[in-house]
Design a binder for this molecule. Sequence first.
Ligand code: SF4
Length: 229
Amino acid sequence: MTNCQNHTVVFEEAKRTLQFLAETGCSGFECSKKSLDTVNKWGKKELFSKETLETIQSDLGDCRRCKLSNTRKNIVFGKGDPRARLVFVGEGPGFDEDASGEPFVGAAGKLLTKIIQAIKLTREQVYICNILKCRPPGNRNPEPDEINKCFPFLKRQLAVIKPDFICTLGTFASQTLLETKKPISKLRGRFYDFMGIKLIPTYHPAYLLRSPDKKRDVWEDMKKLMKEY
Ligand code: SF4
């Protein structure tokens, strides 16, 4: 059962209890129509937030919040199931992603597709995004000011999607979400908590293309993910 389903069951239970108490004339409880209307809304996303991926994307607009806007062709917002149980978070768009506006469509993206298929899922069933939404020139490393400007949008996306699992791909995504400077080789291989979501870091597919011997480690991480999923 997902977190969301768990919450729904708890809300339904509480709602039924309060309705029962109101209908049976139990005293000591505030069971006015207004209160019951409020209880009826419990567990519904809109009580907490009206935000959707669309409103976040529209707020992002033709973003000029950092210097990467000067050189990018397209903003790569993220793609996949807006209610995915699993979100993959990479570093930033590369050449192919910048050209197409879609995440992980180049050689590393093809390898990510194979990894997703290996855990018996499809790209359509997960959500794929990056720490940065614009390509750093020449695929250089993200800089702190760029991450600081862009990461809040990803956090909002994750708050809307509410996945059960996040898999961070590579050093920058893992270090940013886990607020650490530890190398990915030390971070991978176990689960962490991020905003109440189980997060497992693993190597970036682009790194696997250069170091295929690390594919075995990624498979070990994916087996742990599949077991919990
Ligand atoms: S990287 Fe993020 S913050 Fe910077 S311009 Fe692109 S969308 Fe805006």
